[in-house]
Design a protein around this ligand. Sequence first.
Ligand code: CTP
Ligand code: MG
Length: 222
Amino acid sequence: MNVAILLAAGKGERLGEKVPKQFLEVEGRMLFEYPLKALLDSNVIDAVVIVVSRDWMDRVVEKVKHEKILGIVEGGKTRSQSVRNALKFLENIKPSYVLVHDAARPFLRKKHIEGVLKKAQETGAATLALKNSDTLIRLDDSRIEYVPREGIYRVQTPQAFSYDLLKRAHSEEKEWADDTEPVHRLGVKISVVEGDLFCFKVTFKSDLELARLIAKEWERIA
Ligand code: CTP
Ligand code: MG
């Protein structure tokens, strides 16, 4: 059984809207409903677990009804805690693979779900990542340092792992920015599946403007 974990328990503090970014309404749908639809429509995903904060639990339960939704789980204070809560919820179900996706990345494509899951099934751990094409600098006060950009990738989600491996990686209560890092720490190789710009994370104001534009055409380009 392959289970997707959709992380939607963040507060969206950097965006600074009244509502957490994943619940902003864009083209008649809340942002988290875009990736949720992709996961529910996917033939390779058997069930979906949505992680939300206690404040949003009732509204989400009310809004999303689908036979593939296995549970709506309360999130934690940090992203990693939210992941651990979902893994705990799955303890009795023991899926073979889990695919973790940020609800703040609305424009999830079928090919990315399939690509990352397939790679994880072959190797144990995989992530979507985007090859960097810009010159990179580190700005320290006004001092510029040029960062060599060879081999630089931007790590995105979805990320997929065998359930046992991700559980082991999160056996300590530590905080990570994503889920590949704790798996890598176990000495496991992370496979990279080439992503695209559409899988960006809504973080700042301009990301939201871009999301509003893409949402208008998403049915056509998804
Ligand atoms: N997330 C979560 N539980 C948390 C924190 C984050 O489920 N305690 C989720 C977010 O909802 C998001 C994803 O993890 O889909 C990536 O996190 P991020 O972009 O940092 O979102 P927020 O934490 O909501 O934003 P910010 O850091 O600006 O507050
Ligand atoms: Mg955050």
